[in-house]
Write a protein that binds this ligand. Structure first.
Ligand SMILES: Nc1ncnc2c1ncn2[C@@H]1O[C@H](COP(=O)(O)OP(=O)(O)OP(=O)(O)O)[C@@H](O)[C@H]1O
Length: 367
């Protein structure tokens, strides 16, 4: 559907996007552009929308070159971070806007506005001024307005960024369901990987004006293409190790990996490393706690809403501190010794040419 071929976009002399190619196809119609602030996500989205000129390359949709098609003739719906509703007008007037521009008949407009408000969960609020609705409701109105003319493509630029976390996650799930229900191909720009996973079938990671990796969320979390991508996706520790016979033995334990034998880089998130208390009198931090697990000293304990996070200093081979999780906060304090083991289902393999680690627990090597 959407084909982007070697485009360049610049602001004055600043080249923000150079030689970028990307596509959104029917097999994964909800695509996320995920990247840190300033990497060029919004610029790419605006170029697709026709709001930013492309100085090289080509953007086409369903085979049609869009170079000479102005923004308002592309039939794309756009939702920005702050909704950009028409202030002082009613919810219904906002949703009706694109339909009036397209000269729909009054009766059809009214029916479509009702349908859209019901789709986004705002039935009955059409008469209210947009000054009298919440931030979450405003984004629903913006979505209804963008979807009303049945766009060929929906472009969402950080549509939830201005909302609080709880509302963001709920609305992300709702928006994903709405675009699926309306079968509207969608590009979502976000810097939040949870949001990307909640809303998209396929996630493309952007860095410095380039797409560095495109994958399903599941594969992306497990196989980031390089160290930068791994760290951007929340990996806090990277360990080089060797896989032999499908088993990787590293300084933090042992995991079974479905990758060819050889040198691999393991990527660990806090949840990849699970800590259990051990008695300080029995073990030392350089001692052995058994195959597949590693002793470590607790440096810091933080009780977070989703669990307990520990900063631990393991066996000297590992070097730096490692972040781990535990379910035993009541029994663990700074200075304690813990035993670390890897949760193989949450270990990533970092680097190109890896078909996905399919890491799994090997009961034979766990204590
Ligand atoms: N209108 C503009 N004029 C000049 N430079 C701009 C303009 N818009 C964006 N830029 C610059 O282009 C680069 C990419 O910006 P862009 O907004 O596309 O990034 P982003 O990934 O969407 O960031 P964020 O998540 O913070 O919105 C940044 O360095 C930014 O300062």
């Amino acid at each position: 559907m959407l084909e982007i071929d070697s485009i360049a976009v610049r602001y004055g002399a600043d080249v923000v996007i150079d030689d970028l190619s990307w596509s959104v196809g029917a097999q994964a119609p909800a695509a996320a552009l995920l990247g840190p602030s300033g990497c060029g996500k919004s610029t790419l989205l605006r170029a697709i929308a026709g709001l930013e000129p492309v100085v090289a390359g080509r953007i086409s949709f369903d085979g049609q070159d869009l170079a000479s098609v102005p923004a308002h003739r592309r039939d794309f719906g756009v939702v920005f971070q702050d909704g950009q509703l028409f202030d002082g007008r009613s919810v219904a007037a906002n949703v009706a806007y694109g339909l009036k521009m397209r000269r729909w008949r009054r009766r059809d407009i009214d029916a479509r506005v009702e349908e859209m408000l019901s789709l986004v969960g705002l039935a009955g609020l059409g008469g209210r001024s947009v000054r009298e609705i919440s931030g979450g409701q405003a984004q629903r109105v913006a979505l209804a307005r963008a979807l009303a003319p049945r766009p060929r493509l929906l472009l969402l630029d950080e549509p939830l960024a201005a909302l609080d976390k709880l509302l963001r996650d709920r609305l992300a799930v709702d928006i994903a369901a709405i675009v699926r229900e309306t079968r509207t191909p969608t590009v979502i720009v976000t810097h939040d990987h949870t949001e990307a996973a909640l809303m998209a079938d396929r996630v493309s990671v952007m860095r410095d004006g380039q797409i560095v990796q495109t994958d399903t969320p599941a594969h992306l979390w497990r196989s980031p293409i390089d160290e930068w991508t791994a760290r951007f996706l929340g990996i806090t520790t990277i360990l080089d190790t060797t896989v032999s016979g499908g088993v990787a033995d590293c300084a933090l334990g042992r995991v079974v990996l479905d990758v060819p034998d050889g040198v691999v880089r393991l990527g660990l998130r806090p949840e990849s490393v699970v800590a259990e208390p051990i008695s300080g009198s029995e073990k030392s931090v350089t001692g052995d706690t058994g195959a597949g697990s590693t002793p470590a000293e607790v440096m810091h304990v933080a009780v977070l809403p989703g669990g307990v996070r520990l900063d631990v200093r393991p066996h000297p081979d590992v070097g730096d501190e490692v972040i781990a999780v535990t379910s035993r906060s009541d029994r663990i304090a700074p200075g304690d010794l813990v035993c670390l083991r890897l949760d193989a289902d949450r270990v990533a393999v970092v680097g190109p040419d890896r078909a996905g680690p399919d890491a799994r627990t090997d009961p034979g090597v766990r204590r």
